[in-house]
Ligand binder design. Structure first.
Ligand code: FE
Length: 204
């Protein structure tokens, strides 16, 4: 007897995984704002560094998807050079919020805030920022004040946001070999399943 019907699902959350893969397929080859890597290479490297650090699935997913906002708007790659802050972190977080739990959404929403925090609290940090990142920092409000930094430290996801920010900053290496999008889709899938289980538990 031959099996009929749709092909078996590879992922528990196949529709979301497909959406993400097609966003990268359609738009991931665009340049990552003035850096020597594409959006897709940048995302893969950030997720790769997160995975290498032993981070959980949600943090690997957040690292992979932290700049998905850039794939959701039509502003040019060099928007910061034209003095435009694309607010990609909010665009990304709003999109992710209908698909993931706060352990993915909040580090992504805060990854620009985390840069402003690190500039205020880590003397070496500002020195190692790439020129495009220094340029966008100005549009993003510059380094935090002490009071803003203390306030940020109270956020339950501030440490994860800082970790994602560091993976983001490191993820600008030309031609670095990394695992594929499909590899990291396993962590993305796991993160969605976990957030759905948690939502179900809260509603019980
Ligand atoms: Fe980034």
């Amino acid at each position: 007897m031959t099996a009929t019907g749709p092909a078996p699902l590879r992922f528990a959350n196949e529709p979301v995984i497909r959406e993400i893969l097609s966003l990268f397929r359609e738009r991931g080859q665009s340049q990552y704002g003035g850096e020597a890597v594409s959006q897709q290479e940048h995302a893969l490297q950030a997720a790769f560094f997160a995975e290498q650090s032993g981070a959980d699935a949600a943090t690997v997913a957040a690292a992979l998807l932290h700049d998905i906002g850039h794939l959701l708007h039509d502003l040019p790659d060099d928007a910061p050079e034209q003095g435009v802050d694309d607010r990609h972190e909010n665009l990304a977080a709003d999109w992710l919020a209908t698909r993931f739990g706060p352990d993915v959404v909040e580090p992504v929403r805060l990854h620009v805030t985390a840069k402003r925090y690190l500039c205020a609290t880590d003397a070496d940090y500002l020195r190692q920022l790439s020129p495009p990142s220094v340029l966008s920092l100005r549009l993003q409000g510059g380094p935090m004040t002490d009071a803003e930094a203390r306030e940020f430290e109270k956020h339950p996801f501030h440490q994860v946001a800082v970790a994602v920010r560091r993976f983001d900053d490191a993820a600008k290496v030309p031609d670095l070999p990394t695992p594929s999008l499909e590899h990291f889709a396993v962590s993305v899938d796991r993160a969605i399943t976990k957030s759905r289980e948690e939502t179900a538990t809260c509603q019980r």
